[in-house]
Design a protein around this ligand. Structure first.
Ligand code: NOJ
Length: 538
């Protein structure tokens, strides 16, 4: 049987504009990524997922793609992408690229052609154009709201100034939704998959995988529960998405090398998520229920057990994740009064997290995650224990959420701040010129990579050791057996390793006959509050 690397891989997410800037313009680029591949190899990850680097007007930081088969000049060019793939492979690192199939940029040539061709034209079939309701079409075709705020429909104006049709955008108005009922759209994405597969990429992270199919007739949204706004309703998780993924799976299976698909699907529960993971669909899907879990032992036990059971029923591994470019970093989430409670963004007017407590819990959460069977994603900078920038001035914010929500939601800039590489250099070594598209907080100085790599006790070293031991003990392919370790302790055995996380409980004595392999903070015969320990039999 082939290795199926995606079953237990540790995948490091690079958000290219904030990772490393080689050109000096204040935005990260592909040359910057290439310059840090040794760092990633030394950390011990198996693969890298890059958020979009395609041609884009950057209305949503590159998730508005104008050309799926070219590189935005901000990040470099196709030769840089080829070099990156080759250099990564040389170091044994696999490459996953981001595929954004729910919407394009409004600058995409097919959208521009649709605008020019006018109502009723075949060009308009590529997207979801509709006449408005009301006597003069002045009302939107339905009541859907956009994820970033405002409504999901924008009305066009003809060249002579008369109001025209509306088009659908589940996100920003500059991100029109593709019409997946239209065969040429499906063909465009077959070609896109092949373009990148031919270049040698090892897989795709599929953006908004639960959004592509819409309920027939685009009926009104009934639920007003805003917490479920991104998960349920006629625009989300429709059964029609699955035939698309079966088609893509067939394309991937034409290629050698075990290429894989990972779904970004925010669906209601693991029973819905597992449908994306049936043997002829995607290989893995992010487990966002785990990411959203409050710092509570019982909640963790439940989410781990239920998601593993659901995935096992379709033969798929579980894919763990604690941070990414859309949510508050887990160090900051866990430093709040209700630990784990925030999601999208923290700003000047919000509760400020306690970064010391947050880091202690963050390290404990990470060690729990890395001991679980399955694969796991790390978000750039979490190996340095970075917090969010929670005091960004309003006027530097760039996430469309901030403007589209009428300045009621600060959005996701706080987790997207450029990485600190050197404590004593301008922009903490992010760029050679000291330019940085977002300001970095002062706390980044002491957390810079050069203060942590190879330093005993640092968060970087903890991650490196965890990845090495995880591989040595085969934890990613292991079997989990639950332990009854007390109300506040998440406890399980994975093969020969015993894992205990004390979540907000009093210190617990460590079991006799076991020695400490690794711990997220000092342990001395007992397991303190908010600490994870990995043990092996003495
Ligand atoms: C999910 C991506 O992770 C996010 O950053 C983006 O804004 C939306 N999809 C829309 O593409």
């Amino acid at each position: 049987m082939i290795h199926q690397w995606w079953r237990d891989a540790i995948i490091y997410q690079i958000y290219p504009r904030s990772f490393a800037d080689a050109s000096g313009d204040g935005y990260g680029d592909l040359k910057g990524v290439i310059s840090k591949l040794d760092y990633l190899r030394d950390l011990g990850v198996d693969a890298v997922w890059l958020s979009p680097f395609y041609t884009s007007p950057m209305a949503d930081a590159g998730y508005d793609v104008a050309d799926y088969c070219d590189i935005d000049p901000m990040f470099g060019n196709l030769a840089d992408a080829d070099e990156l793939i080759a250099e990564a492979h040389e170091r044994g690192l696999r490459i996953i690229v981001d595929l954004v199939p729910n919407h394009s940029s409004s600058e995409h040539r097919r959208f521009q052609a649709a605008l020019a061709a006018g109502p009723g034209s075949p060009e308009r079939e590529n997207y979801l154009f509709r006449d408005g309701l009301g006597d003069d079409g002045e009302l939107p075709p339905n009541n859907w709201t956009a994820v970033f705020g405002g409504r999901s429909w924008t009305r066009l104006t003809a060249a002579d100034g008369t109001p025209e049709q509306w088009y659908l955008h589940l996100f920003d108005p500059e991100q029109p939704d593709w019409n997946w009922e239209h065969e040429p759209v499906r063909e465009l994405f077959d070609d896109t998959l092949r373009f990148w597969l031919d270049k040698g990429v090892d897989g795709f992270r599929v953006d908004v995988a639960h959004g592509l199919a819409k309920a027939e007739g685009l009926p009104d949204q009934v639920s007003t529960d805003s917490d479920l706004g991104f998960q349920t309703g006629p625009q989300w998780d429709q059964d029609g998405v699955h035939e698309i993924y079966r088609r893509w799976r067939a394309v991937l299976d034409e290629y050698d090398g075990d290429r894989s698909l990972v779904a970004e699907a925010w669906v209601e529960d693991p029973e819905r998520l597992k449908l994306y993971l049936r043997p002829d669909e995607m290989h893995t899907a992010f487990n966002f229920e785990f990411l959203d879990c409050l710092w509570d032992a019982d909640a963790y036990r439940k989410v781990i057990a239920s998601t593993m059971a659901a995935n096992e029923s379709v033969g798929a591994p579980t894919t763990w994740v604690l941070s990414n470019h859309d949510v508050v970093r887990h160090v900051s989430r866990l430093g709040l009064t209700v630990p784990g409670s925030s999601h999208e963004g923290l700003g000047l007017r919000d509760e400020q997290p306690d970064n010391v407590i947050g880091l202690r819990r963050g390290r404990a959460a990470t060690l729990m995650m890395l001991a679980l069977p399955g694969s796991a994603y790390l978000y750039q900078g979490e190996e340095l224990g970075l917090p969010d920038h929670t005091t960004l001035p309003d006027d530097v914010r760039q996430d469309p959420t901030w403007t589209r929500s009428g300045h009621t939601r600060v959005g996701r800039d706080g987790c997207r701040v450029p990485l600190p590489w050197l404590a004593d250099a301008p922009a903490y070594g992010f760029s050679p010129t000291g330019e940085s598209w977002l300001p970095q907080p002062e706390s980044f100085g002491e957390l810079a990579a050069d203060r942590q790599v190879g330093v005993a006790g640092s968060t970087w070293t903890l991650y490196r050791d965890a990845l090495r031991l995880r591989r040595e003990f085969g934890l990613g392919r292991g079997e989990l057996t639950w332990l009854d370790a007390g109300e506040h302790v998440v406890g399980f055995d994975n093969g020969d390793v015993r894992v205990l996380t004390n979540v907000l409980g009093d210190p617990q004595p460590l079991p006799e006959g076991w020695t400490v392999l690794l711990s997220s903070a000092d342990v001395d015969g007992e397991l303190p509050t908010d600490v994870t320990v990995w043990l092996k039999r003495s």
